[in-house]
Structures are given as structure tokens and as C-alpha cells.
Design a binder for this molecule. Structure first.
Ligand code: LLP
Length: 436
């Protein structure tokens, strides 16, 4: 998908860049972002939601955030969902318009809340009553009125093939709808001098294919809008209905078109609003994975190969759970190919091992590839979301570089860490310094 093709040399090409050359030029592991595809994914959302329904799309930067990505998201007219001071700082450094930034998190620190007010972010998504009180006090001190949305836990649990309404909501996020917690939070907001309540937010999950869950969430949220209107005389202007559209990683994954997602959700919302005789609130959605995920590919160099006859062939690469912890964390499955010999027939089933000292560091179990040799370049697809952003330095492995590939050109957007980076924050007390 995207600009991925097989070139005349039988190599995988992304954005017109031969990935074998990229591996040579930048080293491996290497994250390659297909800029056109990333932009197209932004545009699909912009068209389906903003142009069609006047809704606002904010990109969930937790999936992949850096200066270049923030700049692209801004160019494409999307807003930004940030969940920490670090993501907010990145957005600010990328000169992202702060009025289009939404600040999430279930335990924002005083410092982070001050920073959000200082930067004048568009909305602070308040998760709980403790935060509401804290923010009101901080805003009072700053002489501001904080524009907020309340995060609700709507009792809609999304699954791949079904949705269920949970009676008892067991989640660390948001204010529970059913037990009156959410309604009392609304009433509290209306009493507070330095809080301006704009509306409500919910997020039902991630990697979702079942679109009915979104329709259901929209209905539940609209019902809440009505009961708050009736019981507290407050009419919500905005509803943020979260992100979560699933993407293709492996075999059975069947992603739904963004347009279908938008239509199903918006139709359900409009119908409820009409039924209740209320105006349709402004809708906000905050997709992440479905924008950044498919646009990323990770390149690795194959090294040690260990064949245990009749049992398994382990093929080790120069990265692993440090740059992609998802298989180890969630048993996520990925597809891969040999970027330098992509036209060759699959000849064997092998398992791709990472290089961390940990048996669980297996990137892919049982993948079919041409006969693998040390030095081959392995390309793993759909690694744009929750890979770099969840990467770590376990075993003191430096984090890989990232390039943006477009129009036959690759540009470095994240430098590869070196060993000096790894000890940058280490402090050696003088009494332990053998050179003194
Ligand atoms: N909004 C909120 C409030 C969220 O919690 C999330 C994701 C999103 C938006 C974006 O959802 P997306 O469109 O990316 O599905 N690390 C896990 C996924 C965690 C999801 C966290 N929340 C993974 O690698 O699968």
C-alpha cells in the first residue's frame, strides 16, 4: 500500500527510495515513514469528517510524535492530541498552533497543567474530579478560564467483532456515566469560576474493526448530553468520540474505510440528536494508529541464523523489542519480507528473533520467506504507530533513526542514538571515578 513498490532490482521501494539503499545509507534498524501515505491517511480523515460533517480531526500523537510529524499534521489541517508534557513540548517546538491541541491524561501533574495553560492549549481533557479541582486552582492563579472537556467512561466496550455494554465500568480513565459520577462532575464544573466546560469525551478502545461500537458510543454520549441538559440545564457544544480505527497488520485484519466509520458514527449521532430535539454537537475524533501505523516500515539486517532441525529456524535481526515492543507486550503479529530479494519465492518458514537478552524478544513467529541469509534486509510493515513512540533502551541498545521517504528522496527526521546518548544522563559520583 501507499507508495510501496517493487523496483527493477527486485527491491522494496518506499516513496521512490530503494530500501536496500536506505539501509546502507542510514544503517539498520531504520524506521521508514512513507510521507505520501501518512498525508493521504490524514486527508482521508479530513475529507470524511471535516469536509463532510464539519468535525475536527486531531491526530493522536502518542502513536508517533516528533517535530517533522507534527509539522505534517499541521500542514494537513488536523489538530493534535497530546498526553504528556513531553508530547506538548514537541508540539510547541514544532510550532503547532496551540488552539488545535487537546491535552489528555488521567494523572496530569501540576507542572503539566501549568504548561498547558501557559501554552494556551485548545482544550484540556479533564479525566477526574481531583484534576478538576486542581486545574481550577491553577487556572485561578494564572488568571485564566480553562477550556475543558470531561472524559467519560461510557460503558461501551469495543471488541473486534462485537460490542457490549458493561454494567460495572472497570477502567482507570474517565468519569463513570452510570453511577452519577459524570453528572456530578458536570455540576461541579458549572460552579467553578475558572473552568469553562465545552463538552464531553470518550474513547472506547483501539484497533477496532466493528464500527457499530462507535455508533453505540455516539448514542450513549448523546443520551448523556440530553440527561445533563435536563438535569443541570447544561447543553454540551462539543463531543469528542475518540480514535481507534483498526489497521491491517496480519492475515485476518480487515480495516474499514474511514468514510464508513465517519458515516456510521455521524448518522447515529444525528439521529439521536433529532430524537431528543437537541442540536448536534460539534464532533471531534482523535485517530492515531490508522494515520501513522500503515505509513511505517522498519528495516533490519539479518545476522545469526540458528536452525534446530525439525523444530524451528531462528533468524535474528539487529533490533527487536527495543524498537517494537508490541509483539512482546500484546502478542501482536506482523508481516515481513526480504527487501533485497522481494521477488523470490518463499522457501522456508522461519521465526524472527530480536537481539535483546530475553526469550520473549521474538518479532515474528513463523513467517514465510525466501531462503534467508545473513546480510539480507528484513522489512516489517505497519510499524508507524506505537513503535518508535514505545521504543526503549533495554540492554542499552540505541534507538534507531527515522527517515521520511517521499518523491525519490529520504530525509532524516530522527537521528540514530549513539552510545554517548545512552550515558548522557548517567552521573558518576567522584568517589566512584577510578580516574580521579
Ligand atoms: N484517544 C485516546 C483517548 C486514546 O486513549 C487513544 C489510544 C487514542 C485516541 C488513539 O487511538 P488509535 O486511533 O491509535 O487506536 N499501545 C497500544 C495502543 C494503546 C492505545 C492507547 N490509546 C498498541 O500498541 O496497540
Amino acid at each position: 500500500q501507499g507508495t510501496m513498490i517493487i523496483n527493477d532490482l527486485g527491491h522494496l521501494e518506499i516513496g521512490g527510495c530503494d530500501t536496500v539503499e536506505l539501509a546502507k545509507d542510514y544503517g539498520t534498524p531504520l524506521y521508514v515513514i512513507d510521507e505520501e501515505l501518512f498525508r493521504q491517511n490524514c486527508r482521508d480523515y479530513y475529507q470524511a469528517f471535516t469536509e463532510t460533517y464539519g468535525a475536527e480531526v486531531i491526530y493522536a500523537s502518542k502513536t508517533l510524535s516528533n517535530l517533522a510529524i507534527c509539522a505534517i499534521v499541521n500542514q494537513e489541517g488536523l489538530g493534535l492530541d497530546v498526553v504528556s508534557g513531553g508530547e506538548l513540548f514537541t508540539a510547541a517546538k514544532a510550532k503547532f498552533p496551540m488552539d488545535r491541541v487537546y491535552f489528555h491524561g488521567n494523572n496530569k501533574s501540576v507542572e503539566e497543567l501549568k504548561m498547558a495553560l501557559d501554552y494556551k492549549v485548545g482544550r484540556i481533557m479533564v479525566d477526574n474530579l481531583y484534576e478538576l479541582g486542581l486545574l481550577n486552582a491553577i487556572a485561578a492563579e494564572a488568571g485564566q478560564k480553562a477550556k475543558i472537556m470531561l472524559r467519560l467512561s461510557p460503558g461501551v466496550e469495543a471488541h473486534t467483532h462485537e460490542y457490549i455494554k458493561t454494567g460495572q465500568i472497570d477502567s482507570k480513565f474517565g468519569l463513570t456515566l452510570e453511577n452519577g459520577m459524570a453528572l456530578s462532575a458536570v455540576k461541579r464544573c458549572l460552579e467553578l469560576d475558572n473552568i469553562e466546560l465545552k463538552g464531553f469525551h470518550c474513547h472506547i478502545g483501539s484497533q477496532i474493526f466493528e464500527l457499530q461500537s462507535y455508533a453505540h458510543a455516539a448514542e450513549v454520549m448523546m443520551s448523556f448530553v440530553r440527561s445533563v441538559h435536563q438535569e443541570a440545564g447544561y447543553l454540551a457544544q462539543e463531543l469528542n468520540l475518540g480514535g481507534g480505527l483498526g489497521i491491517y497488520y496480519f492475515r485476518d485484519d480487515q480495516p474499514r474505510p474511514v468514510k464508513e466509520y465517519a458515516d456510521i458514527m455521524m448518522v447515529a449521532l444525528k439521529e439521536k440528536a433529532r430524537e431528543f430535539g437537541l442540536p448536534v454537537p460539534k464532533v471531534i475524533v482523535e485517530p492515531g494508529r490508522s494515520i501513522s501505523g500503515p505509513s511505517g516500515t522498519t528495516l533490519y539486517t539479518i545476522g545469526a541464523i540458528k536452525d534446530i532441525p525439525g523444530i524451528r529456524k531462528y533468524v535474528s535481526v539487529d533490533g527487536g523489542m527495543g524498537d517494537n515492543p508490541r509483539p512482546a507486550l500484546y502478542q501482536s503479529r506482523y508481516e515481513a519480507c526480504l527487501a533485497n530479494r522481494i521477488t523470490e519465492e518463499d522457501a522456508e518458514t522461519v521465526s524472527i528473533a530480536g537481539k535483546c537478552c530475553e526469550s520473549g524478544d521474538m518479532l515474528i513467529w513463523d513467517v514465510e520467506l525466501p531462503e534467508v541469509q545473513a546480510g539480507d534486509i528484513l522489512a516489517v510493515s505497519s510499524t508507524g504507530a506505537y513503535n518508535y513512540s514505545m521504543s526503549m533502551n533495554y540492554n542499552r541498545l540505541p534507538r534507531p533513526a527515522m527517515v521520511l521517504a517521499a518523491n525519490n528522496k529520504a530525509e532524516l527526521i530522527i537521528r540514530r542514538e549513539d552510545y554517548a546518548d545512552l550515558i548522557r544522563n548517567d552521573v558518576l559520583p567522584e568517589r566512584l571515578d577510578s580516574s580521579v
